[in-house]
Design a protein around this ligand. Structure first.
Ligand code: PMP
Length: 423
């Protein structure tokens, strides 16, 4: 295959791992969907600042001012990266999971939530305090839109509603019709939050263009593995909600009352939900990754990834007994996340063999999306089977799958080694 452009420099390429067959080999990290290796640029930016961190928004000294500037500049960079609207808020969190839990706590009274059963658990589960409608797995993007429209139209009473949808599946890599789902949500008076954990590292995410109300993503999947996440979007629900965490930084004024209690005035901006000393290095790293991806250009990144996807899919297609998991069909547009099962193989043993014999790191299991993987494996969303459970007896269906995933730093050699190993 033809290499479209060079991979971005990442850390960890020079890690060598021992092989059970003897000798050692350069480690091939093909588990980007779990955590992507740090871009060299992110590491350099973090290292330049790391010796000088101070407390954000609290100190009068030079290092506190430096850290506060860095933190607030990171917020502006992320807002720009996401194409935020006037008045939108960028809240720094720990992760996508944290971001979606924060939004779940900010739902207005009586809000109904609509979510496909195909979601990652981080976008499937935080809404349990509200009334949730779980939608069955659609078999095409069009079916997803129709199912959502029907469910929203049928809701009674016609109060506040939120749709939560993932932009790119962490299991199949397939892209979801975010713009169309957002249009459907808005046409029915609902709002929509985009889980961009798998989308943002691979495609531009523009809240205005997609017309989503909020977007959530994680730094460690965006080549910035320093414990930071983002929730960005409409300010109103966030402003009206109780603070996510109670504590310093979120409170503007705290006074003792005559009756012995305490009165608190909370901040209204992002600080309302960022109590405690924030992860300034994490925020700085996320901003650095946003800049690096923007400078590299998503067009070039997408073209290169398409080439890697083709190499993997064509390679897997030639191996007898390999079945690639897909909800929307072989031709659906996707990111570099591919799950499959191999007939006669326990997926956990298969992944362990890739590591021990070839120095390739992939993931096996149900990928924190149990109903989706069970549907894809043919047992239906209620089928049994735990993450990492042993394979069924020979001839029975698999209980888990293998996932290979890659991105901006992946060299051709890694996916070529993977294809050769599976073959
Ligand atoms: N959503 C999707 C689609 C994901 O793939 C993941 C991580 N696997 C998450 C949410 C959760 O991300 P985090 O673990 O960083 O909170």
């Amino acid at each position: 295959g033809q290499t479209v452009c060079a991979p971005l420099p990442v850390l960890g390429r020079d890690v060598t791992v021992p092989l059970v067959t003897g000798g050692e080999v350069a480690y091939a990290a093909l588990d980007y969907a779990a955590s992507a290796p740090a871009l060299q640029r992110v590491w350099d930016d973090v290292a330049a600042y790391a010796p000088y961190y101070g407390s954000v928004h609290r100190g009068a000294g030079y290092l506190s001012q430096l850290s506060t500037d860095l933190f607030e500049n990171a917020r502006r960079t992320v807002a720009e990266f996401l194409g935020c609207r006037e008045g939108d808020q960028v809240v720094f969190t720990r992760s996508t999971t944290d971001s979606l839990n924060l939004l779940a706590r900010a739902l207005p009274a009586g809000c109904r939530v609509f979510v496909f059963e195909t979601e990652h658990h981080a976008s499937l589960l935080p809404w349990q305090q509200a009334e949730v409608t779980f939608l069955d797995a659609p078999r095409s993007p069009e079916q997803a839109v129709t199912a959502l429209e029907r469910a929203l139209a049928a809701r009674e009473p016609h109060g506040p509603a939120l749709v939560c949808v993932t932009g790119a599946s962490n299991v199949t890599g397939e892209l979801w019709p975010v713009r169309e789902l957002a249009a459907a949500a808005h046409a029915h008076g609902a709002r929509i939050v985009l889980d961009a954990a798998q989308l943002a590292p691979h495609h531009p995410v523009d809240v205005r263009e997609l017309d989503v109300d909020w977007v959530a993503f994680s730094g460690h999947k965006l080549y910035a593995p320093f414990g930071s996440g983002v929730l960005a979007g409409r300010a109103d629900w966030l402003r009206e909600a109780e603070p996510y965490l109670a504590g310093g930084g979120a409170s503007r004024k705290v006074t003792r009352r005559a009756d012995g209690g305490v009165d608190v005035e909370w901040h209204e901006g992002a600080a309302r939900h960022e109590a405690g000393s924030p992860n300034v290095i994490g925020a700085h790293a996320v901003a650095s990754a946003c800049k690096a991806l923007t400078e590299a250009g998503f067009e070039a990144l997408v073209a290169r990834e398409r080439h890697l996807i083709r190499t993997v899919r064509e390679g897997l297609a030639e191996v007898p007994g390999v079945r690639v998991l897909s909800l929307f069909g072989d031709d659906a547009p996707r990111v570099g996340v591919i799950s499959f099962v191999v007939e006669g193989w326990n997926s956990s043993h298969f992944a362990a063999a890739l590591s021990a014999e070839y120095g390739i790191g992939v993931r096996d299991g149900l990928f924190c999306a149990h109903p989706l993987v069970r549907t894809l494996l043919g047992g239906g969303p209620q089928a049994q089977g735990e993450c990492g459970a042993p394979e069924a007896a020979p001839g029975e269906r698999s209980l888990n799958a293998i996932r290979v995933s890659f991105g901006a730093g992946t060299p051709d050699e890694h996916v070529e080694r993977f294809v050769a190993a599976v073959g």
